[in-house]
Design a binder for this molecule. Structure first.
Ligand code: ZN
Length: 189
């Protein structure tokens, strides 16, 4: 889907996280050291967000993901009171209708392509409550999924390393050193 903002061509994309059903089959030690790729960045390291939902449980899951990225010292996510004011919208859905199978979460984002850079202009990250419950994710694992989706919203892409929070089927990994390196590079180069 394409939308036009200020004369730039803005591309709306969806990144997602699938449930780790076959975990362990694709991991190698070489992949574990893989760099985390990035696809873009916001125009500032100060990024606003809001939680759009009524569940206190998911509010706290998202709040932990925000804290984790803020703790890297690279970005500063700041809560605002409404979706209108927010750069990033965080939410959960009772079930996601997907064509591609079992998604524990997904992120919709749009960006403007500038020279060799992509500037992110909006992002919405969603957690699939029904699936996280049916696959018996613990709260910590749900926080890892939320951190993965927020990583997409900040500009990171999927990593081949199972130690990266950006591993495509991540359930167990937290933010890795390579994830921090990638975020720093996206915002300071
Ligand atoms: Zn993903």
């Amino acid at each position: 889907m394409l939308i036009i903002i200020h004369g730039f061509k803005t591309t709306l994309l969806v990144a997602c996280l699938t449930v780790a059903v076959f975990l362990g089959l694709t991991t190698t030690s070489a992949a574990a050291a893989a760099k985390t790729p990035s696809w873009g960045h916001w125009d500032s390291t100060k990024i606003t967000y809001t939680y759009d939902g009524s569940s206190k449980y998911y509010r706290s899951v998202w709040k932990t993901a925000v804290k984790k990225w803020n703790r890297t010292g690279i970005v500063k996510l700041k809560a605002v009171s409404s979706v209108k004011k927010a750069d990033v919208v965080l939410e959960s859905s009772a079930s996601l209708s997907t064509k591609t199978g079992l998604l524990s979460g997904y992120t919709n984002y749009s960006y403007v392509h500038k020279e060799e850079d992509n500037e992110i202009v909006s992002a919405t990250s969603t957690l699939n409550r029904g699936l996280l419950t049916s696959f018996q994710y613990t709260k910590t694992q749900r926080m890892n999924v939320a951190t993965h989706e927020l990583g997409h919203a900040l500009g990171l892409s999927h990593s081949k390393s199972s130690k990266s929070v950006m591993y495509p089927t991540n359930r167990y990994a937290n933010i890795s050193h390579q994830d921090k390196v990638a975020l720093d590079k996206a915002y300071h180069s």
